[in-house]
Design a protein. Structure first.
Length: 279
């Protein structure tokens, strides 16, 4: 055995080092830093998931371009646009990742937050300020049972863009004849014999009113008043919507939604006041 080989087999005190100890030591040394780093990454990932905002359990890997997001949401929200997404970003409702080149990239979790925002605007006429406050509450307690369950983009039944009279009747719990009566009264605008998704809610409410003896013809004045309110909103936001800047068009959409909510609340307040005055 050469002197160099002998030195390789000697321990700290000059004796021969047992092979199994060297193997154990080598494994520990090789595993130590990398193993600790791996455990640290796993712990960090777990902690990040615990600290993650709503919704949890959905990928936060930013791999989607803005065109991918529009494609994922477009069937359910046909009017969503580049400018709308950028405006929601400016309002702090969504925070896409920026690539070194400056392009926006979104995750599946981002899409779910966007779906929540758009749904609240469309179905509840909720102002963005209120939606942002609700998102903050959801972020503070993402696991609360009171929060809506996220739905991954591209899963579940596809949203129907146009509804037949039969489909509206089935979804609203009324007869197809009743839906046709609403359409003839001008309460459900039709296009090619089909209706928009909003027809279901109108038919459901009108059906409930019919139980009190209120017929579709009695509701024409309500429709006329609503059309006038929409025209007034359009008059206010038209200058912004005509601008080329995407932020301006997004601002127009937000203003229209907020004014729609205020008109709805004002109408409800007048109706409640009038009912109270009936004694």
């Amino acid at each position: 055995m050469t002197a160099g080989a002998a030195r390789d087999h000697r321990g700290v005190h000059g004796g021969t080092e047992p092979r199994h100890d060297r193997a154990h030591e080598r494994t520990h040394d090789d595993e130590g830093p990398q193993h600790d780093q791996l455990r640290g990454q796993e712990h960090g990932a777990a902690q990040d998931d615990l600290d993650a905002p709503w919704p949890r359990g959905i990928s936060r890997q930013a791999t989607m371009r803005i065109s991918d997001v529009l494609r994922a949401l477009g069937q359910e929200f046909p009017s969503v646009s580049h400018s709308k997404l950028r405006f929601l970003e400016e309002q702090g409702l969504i925070e896409p990742v920026r690539t070194p080149s400056g392009y926006r990239q979104y995750s599946q979790a981002d899409v779910e937050r966007l779906r929540f925002v758009l749904t609240e605007q469309r179905d509840s006429y909720m102002p963005l300020k209120v939606i942002k406050e609700r998102l903050a509450a959801m972020d503070a307690d993402p696991d609360s049972a009171e929060h809506p369950a996220p739905r991954l983009a591209g899963t579940g039944a596809p949203a129907r863009r146009r509804w037949t009279a039969q489909a509206v009747a089935e979804a609203a719990g009324v007869t197809e004849e009743f839906v046709q009566d609403l359409a003839q009264a001008g309460l459900l605008p039709a296009s090619g014999g089909t209706f928009g998704s909003g027809a279901v809610e109108v038919a459901r409410i009108a059906g409930a009113l019919a139980e009190f003896g209120i017929e579709p013809r009695h509701l024409r004045s309500f429709r006329t008043a609503a059309d006038r309110q929409v025209a007034l909103v359009d008059q206010v936001v038209a200058p912004l919507r005509s601008q080329h800047a995407s932020a301006a068009r997004g601002r127009a959409a937000s203003m229209a939604s907020d004014m729609g909510e205020l008109f709805t609340r004002l109408h409800a307040a007048w109706v409640r006041q009038g009912i109270d005055d009936l004694g």
